[in-house]
Design a protein around this ligand. Structure first.
Ligand SMILES: Nc1nc2c(ncn2[C@@H]2O[C@H](COP(=O)(O)OP(=O)(O)OP(=O)(O)O)[C@@H](O)[C@H]2O)c(=O)[nH]1
Ligand SMILES: [K+]
Ligand SMILES: [Mg+2]
Length: 450
């Protein structure tokens, strides 16, 4: 039997032990599994309490079961749900009883969602939204994922795709009616107007994005600077826990330390790095190399310095660098005079004065980070594009439409060819036309049981 026709099962709730665990079964044998273990099929979509038993009649657990006959189920297939006590032994007894039935196997990661997708329950952008929703850590990530799951991008893409096909039909009609392939401009004007409008709509969606797709991964802020300036003290303050070792010994931090913060709903990854200096210690040298590399890749660098340090070892890279002068508790004057200034001609280079130990200046620094994140992610409330895959395909579609417009007059056949390419890109966005390995690559990253 083809794996796709087998009935699959998986733990769909979190890692045991937990109060309750949910095991889902999807496929042709789901009803049989439920009937065997629960002693019969309950009414569809109604919770039913039952003592589950294995084939030998041994009790497994006192459970609640649900029966969702397809196609009105999450996957579109017959689905059975077992809500059992979330103990490891309960689960292994339940899994043993289920696997004892023929044609049943454990689900691959994302396989439930993949089946839902294949049965037309959601398009590929919505499936991606579902995965994002499960992985959302912050409120803004959650809202963005929910919009995606609701299919807002998919809806737009379907509409664009239909209109491209209409425009193609207009061109084809023009070509058919003309003699010698010489299509009159009059016949093509409506097609042209349609394509222009389409192109502008897609371009607008792309332009409105900011870096909304980065909302899934978070903004990376690197704390860098010479040894002993208080980098680790600052990351501990931002994280509100002791993630990094602080000591008066220069060269304490060697590895790169990362924490995920939720700043006003924005996901921000702050990294603490080794103090940058010339050193003979090979371990510290490696730490310095990593510190430079991570600072160069960051979206923003907080360059920590105390009063009279030179700044020549500042990191290279394209990211803005904010100078953060630490330990102002040792020099109260500095706190008043230097806080929160824009430094030099580059408005992105700001200047702060803080005491990481005492907390002075930190609220201002955090507020500035939130503002930076807001600008970085753009107007993400309206963002439709949440992945590089989606952005690439939309850009391809827009590019094809643009070329199609440019080709009018030079040859309608080639213009029509570009329209087909645009429709194809949108089809791939929706997962309508795609090769197996692309779908495989996407669904594999999902969790098991999803
Ligand atoms: N007075 C004062 N001391 C501070 C402040 N921040 C950090 N320190 C002290 O400075 C020393 C170094 O702090 P760390 O946080 O370990 O400095 P670091 O930059 O991470 O050091 P390396 O990892 O060795 O590069 C420790 O003794 C801290 O307690 C501050 O705001 N004021
Ligand atoms: K130190
Ligand atoms: Mg440190």
């Amino acid at each position: 039997m083809h794996p796709r026709d087998q009935t699959i099962f998986a733990l769909s709730s979190g890692r045991p032990p937990s109060a309750i665990a949910i095991v889902r079964v999807s496929g042709a044998e789901a009803g049989l599994v439920l009937a065997r273990l629960a002693g019969g099929l309950p009414k569809p979509r109604l919770a039913h309490r039952v003592l589950l038993r294995d084939v030998a009649g041994q009790a497994i657990d006192d459970a609640v079961v649900l029966w969702f006959p397809g196609p009105a189920s999450a996957t579109g297939e017959d689905v059975a749900e077992f809500h059992v006590h979330g103990g490891r032994a309960v689960l292994s007894a339940l899994f043993a009883a289920i696997s004892a039935i023929q044609n049943l196997r454990a689900a691959d990661p994302g396989e439930f969602t993949r089946r839902a997708f294949e049965n037309g329950k959601l398009d590929l952008t919505a499936a991606e939204g579902l995965d994002d929703l499960i992985h959302a850590d912050t409120d803004r990530q959650r809202r963005q994922a929910l919009r995606q799951l609701q299919g807002l991008l998919g809806e737009r893409a379907r509409d664009w795709r239909e209109r491209i096909i209409e425009a193609s039909a207009l061109i084809e009609a023009g070509i058919d009616f003309s003699d010698e392939g010489d299509v009159s401009a009059e016949l093509l004007a409506p097609a042209r107007a349609k394509i222009k409008a389409l192109h502008d709509e897609i371009a607008k969606v792309l332009a409105a994005q900011g870096k909304a797709e980065r909302l899934r991964d978070g903004l990376v802020v690197a704390i860098a600077g010479p040894p002993n300036v208080g980098k680790s003290t600052l990351i501990n303050q931002l994280a509100r826990r002791e993630v990094a070792i602080v000591s008066p010994h220069a060269g304490t931090t060697r590895d790169v330390i990362e924490v995920q913060l939720d700043l006003d709903g924005y996901p921000v990854i702050v990294i603490d790095t080794a103090g940058i200096r010339e050193t003979d210690d090979p371990v510290e040298q490696e730490g310095v190399r990593r510190a430079r590399a991570r600072a160069a890749d960051a979206d923003l660098v907080l360059w920590l310095a105390d009063a009279d340090r030179s700044e020549e070892s500042r990191p290279a890279g394209t990211a803005p660098v904010w100078t953060v002068r630490n330990k102002v508790d040792l020099d109260e004057q500095a706190l008043r005079s230097e806080a929160n200034k824009v430094k030099g001609p580059d408005p992105r280079a700001r200047m702060f004065a803080i005491s990481a130990r005492r907390g002075d200046g930190l609220p201002e620094l955090i507020r500035a980070l939130v503002e930076f994140a807001a600008e970085f992610f753009g107007t993400s409330e309206g963002a439709l594009v949440t992945r590089a895959r989606q952005r690439d395909l939309l850009s391809q579609a827009a590019g094809s439409l643009e070329r199609s417009l440019a080709l009018f007059g030079e040859g309608e056949e080639i213009a029509a060819e570009e329209l087909r390419a645009a429709a194809y890109a949108l089809g791939r966005l929706l997962g309508r036309v795609d090769v197996e390995d692309v779908l495989g690559a996407i669904f594999q990253k999902f969790c098991i049981g999803k």
